[in-house]
Ligand binder design. Structure first.
Ligand code: ADP
Ligand code: MG
Length: 249
């Protein structure tokens, strides 16, 4: 497992947009941190910096206290699940999940076992030979999750994994993710713009506005002690009942 630390991160794109502006954040071993913020606040950019897909202009990305700046993405032990479905359309479900293991030269027997285990974990046992276009949106997201977890990453990054799903499927997938995350105990950063989703899933929430983290705390702390008027306003946008579902389980 991995502790993640982001220290004074800066990222300005070529067009001059300062997407991440002096960002500090730490995520504990096995924690599910929800990075919450409005569209354009820099959430996806932050995940890309953690994964090593882009390099910060300044600041540091540390895993267990070690800087990752010179470590290429494939060596970081990080997997990122994107908002849109990114399964390979001309590979079966089994081949999609197995892909990362082939890249790592895992032997055939081991691959089969691990693909079966990964499918079981997302409640899709027996789906190995299906094609992506035979699956519902929710099933595709489950396969994407299985494909991420099969390589046993140290750190899981989820970019709005529920936003492309119909409302009816969202709660189900939300539970799949939180249960699986707790069971495996993997350090996770989940991005969303949806307060309700954040409150339902997070150990802690980091609220991001304009490239900065404005407040970090438990869902309850956001209701009881919002750091400032912007934070309070962002939360007031929805009719939420304060509570902490995860603690009660
Ligand atoms: P979020 O995920 O919170 O919606 P992003 O990290 O995608 O926010 O974007 C933050 C800001 O950076 C936005 O203003 C966006 O337009 C800009 N941005 C994102 N990606 C790029 C890019 N590849 N090139 C230029 N600007 C970008
Ligand atoms: Mg985004």
């Amino acid at each position: 497992m991995t502790t993640l630390a982001l220290e004074n991160l800066e990222m300005t794109y070529g067009n001059g947009v300062r997407a991440v502006a002096g960002l500090d954040l730490t995520v504990a071993h096995g924690e599910l941190m929800v990075l919450l913020g409005p569209s354009g606040s820099g959430k996806t950019t932050t995940l890309r910096l953690i994964a090593g897909l882009i390099r910060p202009a300044a600041g540091d990305v540390l895993f267990d206290g070690q800087t990752m700046l010179d470590v290429p993405p494939e060596r970081r032990g990080v997997v990122m699940v994107f908002q849109q479905n990114t399964l390979f359309p001309f590979r079966t479900v089994g081949e999609n999940i197995e892909f990362g293991l082939r890249m790592r030269k895992t032997d055939r027997q081991d691959r089969q076992t691990r693909v079966g285990d990964a499918l079981a974990a997302v409640q899709l046992s027996g789906f190995e030979d299906r094609w992506p276009d035979e699956l519902s949106g929710g099933q595709k997201q489950r396969v994407a999750l299985a494909r991420a977890l099969v390589v046993r990453p140290e750190l899981l990054l989820l970019d709005e994994p529920l936003s492309s799903l119909e409302p009816a499927l969202r709660a189900e997938m939300r539970d799949t993710i939180t249960h699986l995350q707790r069971e495996i105990g993997i350090t996770t950063v989940l991005v969303t713009h949806d307060q309700l989703e954040a409150v339902a899933m997070a150990d802690r929430i980091a609220l991001m506005i304009d490239g900065r983290i404005r407040q970090v705390g438990s869902p309850l702390e956001f209701f009881e002690r919002p750091a400032d008027a912007d934070v309070a306003r962002f939360f007031a946008g929805s009719n939420l009942i304060p509570g902490d579902e995860r603690r009660e389980r």
